[in-house]
Write a protein that binds this ligand. Sequence first.
Ligand code: ADP
Ligand code: ZN
Ligand code: ZN
Length: 717
Amino acid sequence: MPYLADIIIDRVAEALDHPFTYSVPDFLKETIRIGQLVRVPLGGSRVQGVVRNLRWGEAGSQTRAVEAILQTEPVVTPLLLELADWLADRYLCYGAQALRAMIPASVRKDVGSRPSMVWYRTVGVRQGRASLKQRLFDYVAAQPAVSRADLAEAFPNAGPALRALVAEGALEVLTHAPDRVAGAPAGYGLTPAQQEALAVILRDPKRPWLLEGVTGSGKTEVYLALIENALHEGRQALVLLPEIALTPQVVRRFRDRFGDQVAVWHSGLSAGERRQTWERVRQGKIPVVVGARSAVFLPFPAMGVIVLDEEHEPTYKQEEHPRYHAREVALWRGAREGATIVLGSATPAIETRYSALSGQIGHVRLPERVLGRSLPEVTVVDMREELRLGNRDIFSSALREALADALERGEQAILFLNRRGYSTFVLCRSCGQALECRHCAVSLTYHQRENRLVCHYCMRESPVPKRCPECGSDKIRYFGAGTERVVEEVQRHFPEARILRADRDTLTRPADYAELYQKFLGGEADVLVGTQMIAKGMDFPRVSLVGVVAADTALHLPDYRSAERTFQLLVQAGGRSGRGEVPGRVVIQTYNPEHYAIHHAYRHDYAAFYEEEIRFREATHYPPYADLWLMVTEGPEEAEVRQRAVQAALDLREHWPDAEVLGPAPAPLARVRGLYRYHVLMKMDRTREADGLAMALKDFQSRQPGVSITRDPYFLM
Ligand code: ADP
Ligand code: ZN
Ligand code: ZN
């Protein structure tokens, strides 16, 4: 009987979305293994695929043979193959798409044998002025070692400064991946609360845990202790962070403890670094990885612990195929690999806390900040009242006074605003028309520095028209403040204040974060104005004031998570205040002070917020009480798109009477990049058998071009 291999073809196509059977020629029988990357004939061409299964069986007359094994070491473990099947079923994607999430492109494409690489590592300490040289040094110092490719990406034109640093002995050049260096032991012991949390988790390490701890309660120390424990047992550890928190400074805390045993994994890595790290993980040579969501697929041989820090962050959900959530994948892996899963947050996702309260996962809490530090004092300002008192400024008098106080005492302040640019919309005062992007149904944002209008969805830029395109009037005015405008206002009120701005316009490369962080930490600025991208991860001990300029921006979005997101942002932003010796203050400006998201954020009362939110979810039948699917239909012709959406909704209602089908309706973002968009939302009771529905939806999606279906969507626009 011939020896057969079932192969998953590395092509994203409906017709290829099942294993293909090939025979294994004699010369490969000894070496072929499950999980290997192989080359096979397909039709008139040759393609790559992954060995899914090996067996003895009857070959058909058409059965062709495997041609070559492309890499001796399997690229996926049997467990990851199983995970790929699960991903394909759960998130409605093809097997090939699931595997692509697990195998770096540079491995799949088998580029070269091994790129020749050079790494840099710092020697000793170097304290200089904030020159390019110093910034380079700080950047390298925050990681075990940095490859030349990565440095070139972060600092284009850094060649001479780099050579100078090597010449002065501050940087060391390595021609091989850095060896392991053990880190320093813990600088201080755990507090009794931290010890207790650790002990509770270690008493039952095979179950997933929610670690609910207020900002500054010392969750990270608990993670470090758990990792230490895993390493002692000879197992590996994975720490997942929201991408925006992956600054060298955060990574440094792990490196300070575990030295060169730590590798990082994020979207800024070059293909060569990605391949290198992935290979060393596979060989068990990297005990600790600190990474963004896709690190959850790394092929650790003996996973001991997976930490998801800030587990409520939406960046853990991938919006493209496979549309997975890193928390769900981590829980899947934990259950099969016997790893400890720790979901940490000051403001857990409603679903996560629901699982904890219903006993599906364990629950430990750190209700207080370490060392008796208090949570910041919060003031909520009703901006309607300010208007009534004649204040048309973007700052309330309370925020202005608090800023003045902080500046006078030489302390630092952070101002949050969830919009970059100068104004959020541009309006003709004569006819009331807001200027919109021609390709997207969204209003344009004015950016002062470039003096251009920008569409934040398709990124197209255009000059500011002198006259209204509708009525020809010249009464064009800017409304709604963006970060640029806030900077201008701070400068106007406090001419001496030194201000930094942090948003997607000013922070474009990983090195920009490091630079900003160093500058603000080093006291080179008094006020930091930024979007949510600086709301987490960064620890500035001299910040005594956090101002939330407009708390309502996310509150009225057509998204069932809008209250949750608002509450989380307010608490996380407030958590940046008073982290050092200086007690903190938070001023929240809002037009909805009575809204429960704002009211409970004001009192740091997550439990009370949860109680109210979970009742709303139950009453409206949203997660965690129902599974949610969002079907987006897109196309250039509106009538045709609507027709397809109507038909889809009809089909669903007919075949799945148990599912609640909402719509179709034009999406809140009704047109993006010239494509019209319609939504159909489906809710299915969690207690019902929904697997059949998932399969039907997957089938539907693959038959309909321009239709995409997301399970548990995070982007409802
Ligand atoms: P979280 O992750 O919960 O926001 P962190 O772990 O960042 O909290 O801790 C907040 C601050 O308290 C950090 O500056 C940290 O160094 C410090 N810290 C944490 N645990 C201890 C401890 N046991 N003793 C002294 N300082 C601690
Ligand atoms: Zn007009
Ligand atoms: Zn646009």
